[in-house]
Design a binder for this molecule. Structure first.
Ligand code: NAP
Length: 305
């Protein structure tokens, strides 16, 4: 596993991170299997773990806390505030009081005294108020969080954060389907922000996730794609050639593309299968063959044209 600095935060992260979200965090996925994946990731050198209070109906964050019990020293564990799970729905509240209470609750659920990275989970530009920033500075001052970030798929919000020195990290949706994020990532890196690539596998859709129905989780992945991420499903279907890359799997090619971007510190991939985890970890240090990169660029330009 190779490691990269997370911008100027002072943190170093494994270039493949573990996404503790989605099906991995749900009670329908066995606790033993979920924990085994985290332990395998640790044994494989992963030091970056990403979760959120609102992920997997609120079950992912405490499950990650149980999985990392006794093994969290030296890791960069990241959680998110501003969203929460309630009665099967996702609520949001970016008031300073809610963010402070959320960060404190995340620490309890994760069993940590200091959270290495707290990210605001999808705030609007208007919600990044001076009052909120001062409450976040106070959390840092109290030693409850080490670094601060914003996870947003809205480029305007990320642009705003690039000018705010109190934020160390941004998490953007970056994968072969999102080359338009590249100028933004370059500006973020130039501004000294650590850049995390969320959705580096486009939720599996560049690998034809919707057509692979092997277990109940695959029905859930397919339904999520068809109901909420049609663009990824349709655009991802044009990247089937990734699976024919010489010497690597399609997922490894997708991750190698993301990690070829020098502005990216870590590709955060979620999985529920140990063979997939093995493939993802082995993608660290793999170089994308030039002909695959050329094919990706051609497919991207056909998509945008
Ligand atoms: N999706 C979002 O909206 C979002 C938003 C903010 C942050 N994030 C962060 O980014 C992380 C990753 O996001 P994501 O949307 O890609 O994760 P995800 O929701 O966990 O989806 C990953 C998909 O890719 C498949 N997959 C993983 N490794 C594979 C491999 N080697 N070969 C084939 N298929 C593979 C998984 O299936 P298997 O389980 O079968 O491996 C799953 O269907 C999240 O866990 C979260 O921490 C995501």
């Amino acid at each position: 596993m190779l490691y990269r600095p997370l911008g100027r935060s002072g943190l170093i992260v494994s270039e493949i991170g573990f996404g503790a979200a989605s099906w991995w965090g749900k009670p329908q996925f066995s606790e033993a299997s979920a924990i085994r994946l985290v332990h395998d990731a640790l044994d494989g050198g992963v030091t970056f773990f990403d979760t959120g209070a609102g992920y997997s109906g609120g079950h992912a964050e405490p499950r990650l806390g149980r999985a990392l019990k006794g093994r969290a020293v030296g890791l960069v564990v990241a959680s998110k505030a501003g969203t929460f799970a309630k009665d099967g729905r996702i609520g949001r509240d970016f008031s300073p009081a809610a963010i402070v209470a959320g960060a404190e609750a995340s620490l309890r659920r994760l069993g940590l005294e200091t959270l290495p990275l707290l990210q605001l989970h999808g705030p609007s530009a208007a919600e990044l108020t001076d009052d909120l920033r001062s409450a976040l500075a106070d959390l840092k001052g109290r030693g409850l969080i080490r670094a601060l970030g914003v996870n947003s798929f809205d480029p305007a919000v990320i642009e705003q954060v690039l000018n705010l020195p109190d934020f160390d990290v941004v998490m953007v949706d970056y994968n072969v389907l999102r080359p338009e994020r590249e100028p933004l990532i370059a500006r973020a890196a130039a501004a000294g922000k650590g850049v995390l690539a969320g959705m580096p596998l486009a939720m599996g859709h560049t690998g034809g996730q919707v057509g692979k129905l092997r277990a109940p989780r695959d029905l859930w992945y397919a339904a999520r794609g068809l109901l909420r991420h049609r663009r990824e499903v349709e655009a991802g279907a044009r990247f089937g050639f990734l699976g024919r890359t010489s010497g690597m799997t399609g997922a490894q090619a997708a991750l190698a593309y993301v990690l070829a971007n020098p502005g990216v510190a870590c590709a955060v991939a979620g999985t529920t299968r140990s063979n997939h985890l093995r493939d993802n970890l082995a993608a660290s240090g793999m170089a994308l063959p030039p002909e695959t990169l050329a094919a990706i660029r051609a497919a991207q330009s056909r998509l945008s044209g």
